[in-house]
Every structure is written in C-alpha cells, then in structure tokens.
Design a protein around this ligand. Structure first.
Ligand code: NDP
Length: 282
C-alpha cells in the first residue's frame, strides 16, 4: 500500500509500527484478517508524484491512499475514476485493476456509512458546516442520497459558493449557501447537522460557531474531528438529546471501504477502531 504524503517507508515487515494512524490501523486489520499484506507510508514531493504513481503501477501495488497535497493532482495520472470521485474532483483511494489505476474517494462514503447507522439522509434536511475537502466529499455523497435540502454554511463565501455550484450542477442536489456570520442558528427543520470544518482538531475546548439552543432532541449531529473524538459540539449535542456520531467512525469506515476494495476481504471495523484508539491513546 502507498500512503503518499508522509516520510519514508516506515514499515516493511514484522509488527505494525507507529508510522501514522491509518498505517497502524491497516496493519492491525491485515493481521486480524490473516493477510500477509503491508501498508507503507511514503512521502512523495509534488514534483515526483507522476513518477511515484508510475512506480506503483510498475511494482504491482494493489493500491494506496493519497492525502493532501496530492488528492487533486493525482486525478490526471489515473486511468479511470469512480463517478463520485469524478464529481468531487478529488481522490483519496486508488486501486489497480487489470493493469489500470482507478481513483475512488472513500471519505464521503465512509461518512455516509457512519451516518446510515443512525439515519438515512434521503428526504432529510441536512446542514453541513464547511466547504473544504472533507465537506466536499461528504456533501457529494449526501447529495447523491437525495436529501430534501442541503445547506452549506461556510465562513468564506467564494469557497462555499463553489461547492454549492458543484452540488447543483454535477450532483443535482437541492443545495443552498449560507455565509457564516457569527453563530449560525440551525433551522427548526434540520434533521442532520455535520461539522466538516477543522474546528476542534486537537482542541477539546474549541467551539463550533452555532447557536447551542438550536440543537434539538432527535437531531443527528456529526463531527469529522476524530482527535479528540468527543468535541464540544458533540458534548453539547448529547446533552440536548441529539444522537451523535464522532469522526473516528468516518475514519474507520473510509479505511474499511479501502480495505475491501484492495483485498476483496471484509475487515473487522472493531479491530480497526480499537487500533486507532490505541494509536491515538484515547
Ligand atoms: P480544509 O482546510 O480543506 O477545510 C477547512 C474548512 O474548515 C473550511 O470550510 C474552513 O472555512 C473551515 N474553517 C476552519 N476554521 C474555521 C473557523 N475558525 N471558523 C469557521 N470555519 C472554519 O480541511 P479539510 O476539509 O480537508 O479537513 C477538515 C477537517 O476534517 C480536518 O480537521 C480533518 O482532520 C478532518 N477530516 C476527518 C476525516 C475523518 O475520517 N474523520 C477525513 C478527512 C478530514 P473557510 O473556507 O472559510 O476557510
């Protein structure tokens, strides 16, 4: 496996080593499934990306994850794209099939799998805070699931509008933009609220800019932040009777989907979540 943004080959053989959370989780999952596979963590500078992708193909890698800054640049180096990856214009997972490299985006699919454990977004009123890479992946998958409405709330108008245009034009989703101005009050009709910003990353006291009183019992509230998993938003939401989803579920599920695509084997999400918690010491 190739995770292309990090430092060097950190694991070639033997026990999993603590290279990064995804590598640690994958190696544990390979072991649990009885697969003698390896997930390597490799840093590739942008100017070497084409060489690295050609090398992946030549060396018969089954696939890999691509992280920032390669998620968009890798598109033109691949032979084909999944429909969702083509709509998003970003790839985080590549697999090799019949000598061709195919690009997929598992971030949004991983989120949707988590969300569906609580509710199906079809015919629901969904609000997403953020318009960056994570929001884009989630919004496209939610949009494809036919929500009743899809509101993108973002601090920067231009970035928010770009996402709304993509959702309307490429996904056919009923998307609208709200530019963040102070704390956002969730409409009473909101069924699902997702924080897809980086607010809360590494800070368990960081507040998401929403009116806490607009979190209502029964609402599903999700956060993409996985460290710490219990953000202020999720704590406030649980205290107000909402059903909550943490970012660890999304991280595990996108890895489950990658594992399945590469190996054809169903991994154990419990083993993967446990490995993540162990790695992150949470
Ligand atoms: P980006 O940098 O692409 O986007 C960040 C978003 O957060 C933008 O919409 C930005 O708004 C918004 N934002 C950041 N700070 C603030 C603030 N103080 N107030 C209002 N809005 C703010 O990041 P990504 O989308 O790639 O990642 C976002 C988070 O998602 C990261 O923390 C990442 O770790 C997490 N993530 C989790 C995954 C998982 O599996 N759980 C998977 C992928 C990502 P603006 O446009 O105005 O700058």
């Amino acid at each position: 496996m190739l995770e292309s943004h990090l430092q060097q080959i950190t694991c070639c053989m033997g026990q999993p080593v603590a290279g990064n959370p995804t590598q640690y989780m994958m190696e544990k999952a390979f072991q649990a499934a009885g697969l003698e596979w390896r997930y390597l963590t490799l840093e590739v500078p942008p100017e070497k990306l084409a060489d690295a992708v050609a090398g992946m193909k030549a060396m018969g890698f089954c696939g890999g994850n691509f992280t920032i800054p390669h998620k968009v640049a890798v598109l033109e180096l691949l032979d084909d794209l999944s429909p969702a990856a083509a709509k998003m214009g970003a790839v985080n997972c590549v697999y090799q099939k019949d000598g061709k490299l195919i690009g997929e985006n598992t971030d949004g699919k991983g989120f949707l799998e988590s969300l569906r454990s609580l509710t199906d977004p079809a015919d629901k009123h969904v609000v997403i805070l953020g318009a960056g890479g994570a929001a884009r992946a989630i919004a496209v998958e939610v949009g494809l699931a036919k929500p009743a409405s899809l509101t993108i709330v973002n601090r920067t108008a231009g970035r928010g509008q770009e996402l709304v245009d993509l959702l309307r034009e490429k996904v056919g989703a009923p998307a609208e933009l709200v530019v963040l101005d102070g704390d956002y009050e969730l409409p009473e009709t909101t069924d699902v609220f997702i924080n897809a910003t980086s607010i809360g990353l590494g800070d368990d006291e960081a507040r998401t800019p929403i009116v806490v009183d607009s979190l209502r019992p029964g609402m599903v509230v999700a956060d993409v932040i996985f460290n710490p998993p219990q953000t202020v938003l999720l704590r406030d939401a649980a205290a107000r009777g909402c059903r909550t989803l943490d970012g660890l579920g999304m991280l595990v599920n996108q890895a489950v989907i990658g594992f399945r695509i590469w190996t054809g084997v169903e991994p154990s999400p419990a083993v993967m979540r446990e490995a993540l918690e162990e790695y992150l010491e949470i």
